[in-house]
Design a protein around this ligand. Sequence first.
Ligand SMILES: Cc1cc2nc3c(=O)[nH]c(=O)nc-3n(C[C@H](O)[C@H](O)[C@H](O)COP(=O)(O)OP(=O)(O)OC[C@H]3O[C@@H](n4cnc5c(N)ncnc54)[C@H](O)[C@@H]3O)c2cc1C
Length: 582
Amino acid sequence: MYRYDAPLREMRFVIEEVLRAPDDWRETPLFADLDTDTAAEVLQQAARFAGEVLQPLNAPGDREGCRLEGGRVKTPAGFPQAWAAFVEGGWPALACDPEFGGQGLPQVLNAALFEMLVAANHAWVMYPGLLHGAYETLKAHGSPALRQAYLPRLVSGQWLAAMALSEPQAGSDLGLVRTAATPQADGSLRISGGKIFISGGDHDLSDNIVHLVLCRLPDAPPGSKGLSLALVPAVLPDGARNAMHCDGLEHKMGIHGSATCVMRYEGATGWLVGEPHRGLGAMFVMMNAARLHVGLQGLGHLEMAAQNARRYAAERLQMRAARRPDDAPAAAADPIAWHPAMRRTLRDLQALSEGLRVVAYRAATVIDVLEQHPDPQRRAAAAAEAALLTPVVKAFCSQQGFEGASAALQVFGGYGFLRDYGIEQTLRDARIGAIYEGTNQIQAIDLLVRKVLGPSGPAFEAWLDVLAEGADADAALGTALRQQIAFAHEALTAVRAGAARDAEAPFRVADDFLAGVAHLLLAWAWCLSAGAARRAAERGGDAVWLAERVSLARHGADWILPQAAVHWQRVRTMAALGAVAV
Ligand SMILES: Cc1cc2nc3c(=O)[nH]c(=O)nc-3n(C[C@H](O)[C@H](O)[C@H](O)COP(=O)(O)OP(=O)(O)OC[C@H]3O[C@@H](n4cnc5c(N)ncnc54)[C@H](O)[C@@H]3O)c2cc1C
């Protein structure tokens, strides 16, 4: 049966042993009282919620989908009750500031929470998925009155949030947004225009939905420098419904339980968030938080696919294996997990899942440092790393979530293609990760062109030096990591030279550059994991379980890292590659 067992032991291993997050907690006043037992208890409770409440709603929610009734959205059966239980458990407040009613726990625990929630039910997670980003945006840019009125209710989960950017003509290029904002005498705005693809634009989970709408003031300059951000609640402070409507629901390939709304604002009342014409900057606070969450979605799908493929492969019997365990009873057919091709797929999936968990949780721990650490130098270094890590985590984890689900579906053979086995839903649901929150191509351009070839060039090289320090953790894997870092330096030299000759060249290889960096990060993650496992074993930890971590790390280096050479090669030879024909 398709089910989710949260990998709690692996998660704790990453947080406590590989990344040693508790060392940072001790140095951070907000987290100083947090101990590993409390953190483990939080994860245990989260796992129970994901496995017992959300996962049973996943397949039925996919079949039922959302519908419009009398102009309002109805979500699948059980979704509103699951939200009520989530709020009751205090989960929305996990990583929010105690000043607004939050629990003040680290982002890395929130990351683990969201990995579990998505693995269990991606569609449902779309409703709270934007809550934290909306909270961060309002906290950073909202006026005191808006913060006072909205933050506590968002933190408690009484109200939910939506991010309203996309319009029919404005997708990746938000500079094309037309929605108009007209200032009123009382300081409010009247918002008029249409938005498409708005996740959770309307639903029946909460009484109010707070839309953050990208719009244009009358005197706005054209393009992205003329965008403003407005807070537009579905229910106004006097209790009246705002002049905004869900005109339709998109019919989609996956995440059917998530309401993807066509929204119409007809002179809706809103208030400016941040400075006029500086809306995109304010929105990026929300989008960066959201991008880490999309990466975690990929990780959740990968883990879900990997563990179900392992369970299936252990039970499905086909042909006798060439190499059988010595104590295996005589049988006409063996588990497909014993056949080398399947064994390799299963190990690939598990090694990837374990490696990417280190990388994604690293992004969360870096955000914890940049937001909370008392040392300004640590905060500055963390901010630089977060800027580089976010696009890689978003793009690579979402891609691996989908590709991993596809590889796992293969393990199920023909049954994987059927609806009853669950893996086809994971595959369909995982596909969106590469598209929304800035497509993966836009992430690659952000990393290489905007950041590495722009002002973050020195920070990127400094980051490579920091990652290189991880090579001492394990001799064999350290060599693989050093090789990846050498490839990255060569690629950087080539791409700088190529860009000087041909301005289009870096855009052609941005995807490969990001994939190269992602593999480098995997090498770093596996190296650190192997080192941490060995240290833990020396301290008397479970030798068998820890040896398995080392074995998986080695598998990743042997079977997955070779792919990096192709990506680095294309970046290195970029000038010779020439333009792609139109
Ligand atoms: C299920 C779902 C939920 C969504 N939720 C939300 C939401 O809550 N709020 C919201 O505002 N939006 C939402 N979106 C919209 C989503 O963010 C956009 O679909 C996305 O930004 C891409 O825009 P687009 O679809 O118009 O594609 P386009 O921008 O038209 O891009 C099409 C293709 O061209 C590529 N491309 C475009 N420009 C470039 C370039 N300069 N260089 C290289 N390649 C390029 C893209 O990578 C893509 O492959 C959602 C979409 C979906 C499908």
